[in-house]
Write a protein that binds this ligand. Structure first.
Ligand code: HEC
Length: 114
């Protein structure tokens, strides 16, 4: 085998390794939404679930709702949760999800915008 071919093969192997390695650390964002958020906010982001209605969750497919929140606010809410005094309204996800996963969720919330 020529040296250049070997190098190409090595580069390919390393690339594949990188992709697979990243996969195992970060769950796909749709999976995270499904596992951690959909119970309340709904798979469709409308917050029309049983719990969501009770909590009076906002509809993320509503452009006005989207306009009323900044990316920084969304990031902070997912990271630190929402508390009303001692009462937890939404839990903090910083111990369960990585920073990268939380950032992807911010983008995911934005994608519900019509
Ligand atoms: C136990 C139900 C519950 C779960 C699970 C949940 N949330 Fe929430 N979420 C809430 C409540 C309650 C609020 C506050 C609503 C309010 O006060 O208007 C909220 C607020 C938010 C907000 C701030 C904007 C707003 O609607 O006020 C964002 C963004 C958000 N949630 C995203 C997420 C994401 C992303 C996940 C998953 C990682 C998640 N939530 C999981 C209940 C939940």
């Amino acid at each position: 085998m020529k040296l250049r071919n070997r190098f190409t093969l090595l580069a390919l192997a390393l690339g594949l390794f990188g992709v697979l390695g990243a996969r195992s650390q970060i769950a796909p964002v749709s999976e995270n939404w499904e596992n951690h958020c959909a119970k309340c906010h709904g798979a469709d982001g409308k917050g029309a679930t049983k719990v969501g209605k009770k909590l009076k969750l906002k509809d993320y497919t509503d452009a006005a709702v989207q306009a009323a929140m900044t990316d920084e606010e969304i990031l902070k809410v997912i990271t630190e949760g929402i508390f009303e005094g001692e009462k937890e309204k939404m839990k903090a996800y910083k111990d369960e999800l990585s920073e990268a996963e939380i950032k992807e969720l911010v983008a995911y919330v934005r994608k519900f915008k019509p």
